[in-house]
Design a protein around this ligand. Structure first.
Ligand code: ADP
Ligand code: ZN
Length: 735
């Protein structure tokens, strides 16, 4: 290699690899770090990202290949984002090429240009302006919504989609010549729909204090600082975010706002759009790739100064960042559970640090990690202890299921309370973390329940669909009431949301009942339709799963029932209490907003459990303090750091053999790190595969990461590793 040849190190999205060195052809300019390049790889070609300009290489000159086309004039990933991603690749022990490629929108991964023309907007035609929307048929609701929205300004398909207008409705409008493509929008035209400033509510004293404290601790510089905004549901956290965002916009800086998967409802998007209009770019998995690409590019160019999205939006480009916000920071959907297993909440803090801007983590029920960081003084805690309006906190009552009769998970006192609230003209919300009709199909003669053939689990009865279904692998069979072994008539045991809905319909025939779970919302638009019906008062009783707990604002709900609090009381996972407390307080927070006092009824067989005592007082701080003491004694996070090895294989020995090898490799050099396992999972077989796990635990992070690295080196590529499907999860959520 001649001393004047130029080298680049390129991260390529392939497994088990870091980055590779390539030559730049003589006479060509050195592509800047962060740019995409085509490179020869194996027998084909890949698109990789330049991560370094090394002076020398270990690769023999004869084997060194030359890069192909350079795809970007300016870096696709800016220096901060690139550095954060490289940090993440190391921290989560995931190949850097895969991590970098994960952060790029699909079209860029495929080699398309950043400056392709953006998604076109639609505008009304003269004909469209003349349409009397009120006279459209009821089946044309989406078209009507589009016509109304487009009266104010031209909108892109993705913006219309965020208002629940899907592509087929647009096609019909275009066919009628009511809408037409609009001329391209320039950034200068932004903001036609910005809400007049007068409509912001007057801040409460608590909100003011929180904002003042941020202003005081930030001073004039916008440097890094982490805040926990701990505010009970309905205390006005979102309004605090809006004010912080407005201040950043005024200063010409960008804000990244992360929300949980289900939190990105039309309600929130509408609220943001009303306040901030065209500044908004929405990044989430429900929009099309094309729309996501356009939103990403608006963020990349700095045109979108408010970037809102779910987990993966943490990788958004922020060339002029001023602020990062993570709403409902405790939400498990921030953790990616497959492939690159990152925590978007934690990466948001890392990015804020590198961007040198403040980060606000908001929640009514903060994760114990964040709560502890605030206790230790690493994060500054801001508190909103009261709800907005005169409703005050809901009153909480426990119904002891040992004393009261119940049918289909509805106890007599709860049924009486539902009747009272319905009579008063209010709405009722019932939480049960179990979808379907019944969790078991039981034969009284054989004394056995119908099992999934591929999982160690019972089949759930879905009576309306006429099937039994496995909620773990999705397997489905026709529902046969006759026992396959003895022919006896079988019975559905227990109650899921569907059965509770049926029972309610029998008890309250005049009530309008809706369900909110994965089954009832699998159709596109169904979730928004249910939420909208509840919001507009077209539903009296809403029965739902975990989906109920996330950030929806239902102003007329006055009664919340938790049908089975016991599901989380005796779980084996160290986090099960935290999850239960968060779920109960979040769902209870839906009761009695605005000016209607709320009531919460919790059904349990264990009314004296100390956890429930904290929750009855609605005191998350008391719970968190208690739970942190337990965690410290049990050497659990945040007082220990974990890496979880998971393996699965078609045969039991396959999973265990690999983990035994991990254990052997680790034991030889584990130092102060504890190695626990391997052990089969409590539900060992899922989808026909046997599953097992092994845990590394350490009081300090550094030795844990060193041990993971060394163990990976030792076991990767071994025959046992090839026979099992395996992963390593840093800071796992579930054990
Ligand atoms: P959180 O995010 O803490 O659940 P929100 O910010 O959504 O709370 O506020 C709850 C309700 O109170 C919303 O309907 C919101 O519009 C309203 N609200 C928030 N702040 C104020 C305020 N300062 N004055 C009047 N209403 C407010
Ligand atoms: Zn199954």
């Amino acid at each position: 290699m001649s001393p004047r040849s130029k080298l680049v190190r390129v991260a390529v999205p392939v497994p088990l690899a870091d980055a590779f060195d390539y030559l730049v052809a003589a006479g060509d300019a050195l592509p800047p770090i962060g740019c995409r390049v085509r490179v020869p790889f194996g027998r084909g070609e890949r698109i990789g990202l330049v991560v370094d300009h090394p002076a020398t290489t270990d690769v023999a000159a004869a084997r060194l290949k030359t890069i192909g086309a350079v795809l970007d004039a300016a870096p696709a990933l800016g220096s901060e984002l690139l550095a954060s991603l490289r940090w993440a690749a190391e921290y989560y022990h995931h190949p850097v090429g895969a991590v970098l490629s994960h952060a790029l929108p699909g079209p860029l991964r495929e080699g398309r240009a950043i400056d392709e023309p953006p998604e076109p907007s639609w505008q009304l035609t003269e004909l469209g302006r003349g349409v009397d929307v009120a006279r459209l048929p009821r089946t044309a609701r989406q078209q009507a919504r589009a016509l109304i929205a487009l009266r104010e300004t031209a909108l892109t398909a993705s913006e219309l989609d965020a208002q629940d207008v899907a592509a087929p409705a647009l096609a019909r409008l275009e066919a009628k010549a009511w809408i037409e493509p609009a001329p391209p929008r320039t950034p200068a035209q932004a903001d036609p729909r910005r809400e007049p400033p007068g409509r912001e509510p007057e801040l409460t004293a608590d909100q003011r204090a929180a904002l003042d404290e941020i202003a005081a601790t930030q001073g004039t510089a916008n440097g890094f600082r982490a805040y926990l905004l701990h505010g009970v549901t309905g205390s006005g956290k979102t309004e605090v975010y809006l004010r912080l965002i407005a201040a950043q916009l005024a200063a010409g800086r960008q804000t990244l706002l992360l929300v949980p998967e289900i939190g990105l409802t039309p309600q929130l998007v509408r609220r943001l759009r009303e306040r901030f209009g065209e500044e908004l770019a929405v990044l989430h998995s429900a929009v099309t790739e094309r729309q996501r690409f356009d939103a990403w590019r608006r963020a990349y160019r700095g045109d979108a100064r408010l970037v809102v999205g779910t987990r993966s939006a943490v990788f958004a480009p922020l060339p002029s960042a001023g602020l990062v916000i993570v709403d409902e920071e405790h939400d498990p959907s921030y953790k990616q559970q497959t492939g690159f297993r990152y925590s978007a909440r934690d990466l948001a803090v890392v990015r804020a640090q590198r961007l040198d801007v403040p980060v606000v983590l908001g929640s009514a029920t903060p994760s114990l990690e964040t709560f502890n960081n605030a206790l230790q003084g690493r994060y500054r805690k801001l508190t909103l202890p009261r709800r907005i309006g005169s409703a005050g906190s809901p009153s909480v009552r426990v119904v002891d299921l040992n004393l009261h009769a119940s049918r289909q998970a509805l106890s007599t006192p709860l049924v009486a309370a539902i009747g009272q609230h319905l009579t008063a003209g209010h709405q009722v919300l019932l939480f049960l973390n179990r979808r379907g009709f019944a969790p078991a199909l039981f034969c009284p003669t054989c004394k056995s329940a119908e099992q999934c053939r591929r999982c160690d689990a019972r089949m759930t009865v879905h009576a309306r669909a006429g099937v039994v279904r496995c909620h773990h692998c999705g397997a489905e069979r026709a529902l046969d009431w006759a026992c396959g072994t003895c022919g006896a008539e079988r019975i559905a045991v227990g109650a899921g949301t569907q059965r509770v809905g049926d029972e309610l319909a029998a008890l309250f025939p005049a009530a309008r009942i809706a369900r909110l779970d994965r089954d009832s919302t699998s159709r596109k638009g169904a979730l928004d339709a249910v939420l909208n019906d509840v919001e507009t008062g077209n539903v009296d009783i809403l029965v739902g799963t975990q989906m109920l707990t996330k950030g929806h604002d239902f102003p007329r709900v006055t009664l919340v029932g938790v049908l089975n609090a016991d599901q989380g009381l005796f779980g084996t996972d160290p986090r099960s209490h935290e999850r239960l407390a968060q779920t109960i307080l979040q769902v209870a927070g839906r009761a009695g907003r605005a000016d209607l006092p709320g009531e919460v009824v919790i059904q349990t067989h264990h009314p004296d459990h100390p956890l429930l005592a904290c929750l009855i007082d609605g005191d998350y701080t008391a719970f968190a303090t208690l739970a942190l003491t337990e965690r410290r004694e049990a050497a659990c996070p945040p007082f220990a750091h974990l890496a979880l090895w998971h393996a699965e294989a078609a045969r039991r020995e396959g999973a265990l053999a690999f983990l035994e090898q991990v254990r052997l490799a680790a034991d030889a050099q584990r130092g102060a790190v504890t190695v626990l396992g391997p052990a089969p999972l409590s539900m060992e077989r899922k989808g026909g595969r046997y599953r097992a796990q092994l845990l590394f635990r350490s009081a300090d992070r550094a030795p844990l990461h060193r041990l993971v690295d060394r163990t990976l080196l030792a076991v990767r590529g071994s025959p046992a590793a090839r026979r099992a499907r395996w992963s390593v999860d840093i800071d796992p959520l579930e054990i």
